[in-house]
Design a protein around this ligand. Structure first.
Ligand code: AMP
Ligand code: MG
Length: 550
């Protein structure tokens, strides 16, 4: 059967890899194999025969679980041509084959596959939830690419596991599109993230969902996203082993993660755990600082949704801020605003505190003290990272006295005038500094045209100009720097919503176009401009709400 195919201009634009002296990408999926024994096979795996019965798993890091393939007529919604090519050495034309669709649908298992679901716990909205785990995800195997990088393809929405609790092991199309697009978009924006290779939907495989938790459940089509990461460990992977009093398994897992995923600290002897903790803390704090710079709000920052590798993981009811509001909460289920945009650094710090508590059983007294000392530096660390992110957005590289106020003030002016976050920074990069107080110039820039209405705009612009002079930043340099860090396009909710509405009718053009445009989010694209992707969001999109239903 011929499948829909979304890898645009793939053949024209192939990158290849070197094998000996020949350049090659794999065109036939049958030739593509996992590593014969994945590294995670060394870890304790529960060989539970009743794989789809919810249970409390003990003394294991994974459960061996077969996928439950999607049934019915399948469509490839889209594939990420660069993830396929650059991470999996696959020629993007592979996505046009039935085998590939079956691979993503959980039906075709390349040689070397060992399908497992991961056991983890987590603090959800501040409270310990005990065992969570991969309730609808399967790691398929481990692939070592031509650059020597390890990638673990994982299916999300691929059926029940011992961790499914009361749910069906499936994912629906709308949330799968959101995860697929955001994973790839964040990567190209420069946010550390898990990736997404492809997305498949079934016409016939239906599941019940109550989209806004209003009691109005309806049937939706099931979909599967193939995600990619070097590994899928979360803070909750360690926490569960503390709460369930399994220190030996914890030590095995931590030593394993360090050996395979943090080789640079493997040889640091006594201080290995301290260095590891510090590295995880810094990576996650660097990640959250990049989020702040793009107005990205994750939405559900429970400890099970925070990666040990410092990658953005588990895209659910996330949102990129349109008009600036520091209290922005994309998830309707988060009534208390625990995971509001401006609280994200603080929440990652809180999560890292819980993570430090979880590690205690494998630490000696000296290590405990050292980790405590590291923790006392983290707040300052993240505050500086966030500040330097914003300074870079303003074309500045140094950090001087008064800079925090300069940044806070421009954000406050944006908030007062409901100016757009992405639009304002981008337009600040596009408009010449000397014109920043020129009404006739600003009127043609929809977002600057809002912020200029603030009574303190003129004062701010004057301070900004003085600050640029202090660092001796020429106008050319300022704008060039800013154009590289202030994107034209981000996956705004309204754009996703339109793409999802069409995809529900099996028209995948918008999803594919969005993936293509977001591959170069700093470059103006003529067609994206026509579609209004960098224009003021339409008024209907202002009240858009998202829930955890997925
Ligand atoms: P999330 O909010 O997506 O991070 O998921 C929290 C927990 O619920 C994780 O353990 C998920 O695996 C599980 N979960 C979410 N949706 C489903 C589903 N449809 N079926 C089974 N488990 C699920
Ligand atoms: Mg999750």
């Amino acid at each position: 059967m011929r499948r829909a195919f979304c890898v645009l201009a793939a053949v024209m634009n192939q990158q290849s890899y070197k094998v000996g002296n020949t350049m090659k990408t794999i065109k036939d999926l049958k030739e593509w194999k996992f590593k014969s024994s994945p590294s995670y096979a060394e870890l304790p795996i529960d060989e539970n025969p009743e794989y789809n019965v919810p249970m409390a798993v003990k003394n294991a890091v994974f459960s061996k679980v077969p996928t439950e393939p999607l049934v019915g007529t399948l469509h490839l919604v889209c594939a990420s041509e660069d993830a396929l090519r650059d991470l999996l050495d696959l020629d993007p034309v592979v996505a046009d084959t039935e085998e590939f669709v079956n691979f993503v649908a959980g039906k075709y298992h390349p040689e070397g596959s060992l399908t497992v679901s991961h056991r983890y716990g987590g603090y959800q909205f501040g409270f310990w939830s005990d065992q969570l785990g991969d309730g609808r995800a399967h790691i398929l195997g481990e692939y070592v690419n031509s650059k020597g990088e390890i990638w673990q393809p994982q299916l999300k929405g691929s059926g029940e596991t011992p961790y499914s609790r009361f749910s069906d092991g499936r994912a629906v199309l709308r949330s799968s599109i959101r995860e697929m697009v955001a994973s790839e978009a964040c990567h190209h924006l420069g946010i550390p993230t898990t990736r997404a290779a492809a997305l498949v939907v079934s016409d016939d495989h239906k599941v019940w969902r109550d989209k806004m938790y209003t009691g109005a459940a309806r049937q939706e089509r099931a979909a599967i996203v193939m995600r990619l990461a070097p590994a899928w460990y979360r803070l909750g992977s360690i926490e569960i082993l503390d709460k369930r009093k399994e220190p030996n398994t914890m030590k095995t897992l931590v030593d394993f993660i360090i050996k395979h995923h943090f080789p640079e600290i493997e040889t640091s002897g006594e201080d290995k755990y301290v260095k590891w903790y510090t590295e995880i803390a810094h990576r996650n704090l660097n990640m959250v600082a990049t989020w702040q710079g793009f107005g990205f709000t994750h939405g559900v920052l429970n400890t099970d949704n925070v990666s040990v590798l410092g990658l953005t993981i588990d895209y659910g009811p996330y949102g990129f801020i349109d008009y600036y509001n520091k209290h922005f909460v994309p998830n309707t289920s988060d009534d208390m605003g625990r995971y509001a945009f401006n609280k994200q650094p603080e929440i990652i710090l809180w999560n890292l505190g819980k993570f430090a508590e979880a590690l205690q059983p494998i630490l000696n007294e000296d290590q405990k003290q050292k980790i405590k000392d590291v923790r006392s530096t983290l707040e300052d660390y993240v505050n500086k990272r966030v500040l330097s992110t914003y300074l870079r957005k303003l074309g500045l590289e140094e950090m001087l006295d008064g800079d925090q106020n300069l940044v806070d003030d421009v954000l406050q002016l944006m908030e007062q005038t409901m100016a757009d976050f992405t639009g304002t920074f981008r337009q600040l990069a596009e408009v010449d500094n000397k014109d920043l107080l020129d009404k006739s110039v600003l009127e043609s820039q929809w977002s600057l045209n809002k912020i200029r209405e603030a009574s303190r705009w003129e004062e701010w612009v004057k301070r900004y100009r003085q600050r640029l002079e202090k660092e001796n930043v020429s106008e050319d340099v300022r704008r060039n720097r800013m154009l590289k860090v202030n994107p034209v396009y981000v996956p705004r909710n309204w754009i996703l919503q339109e793409a999802i509405a069409d995809a529900e009718k099996n028209n995948f053009e918008k999803v594919r176009f969005l993936l293509k445009v977001l591959r170069t989010p700093y470059d103006v694209d003529e067609e994206a401009e026509k579609r209004g992707y960098s224009s003021q969001p339409p008024s209907w999109s202002y009240g858009l709400k998202l829930s955890c239903s997925s």
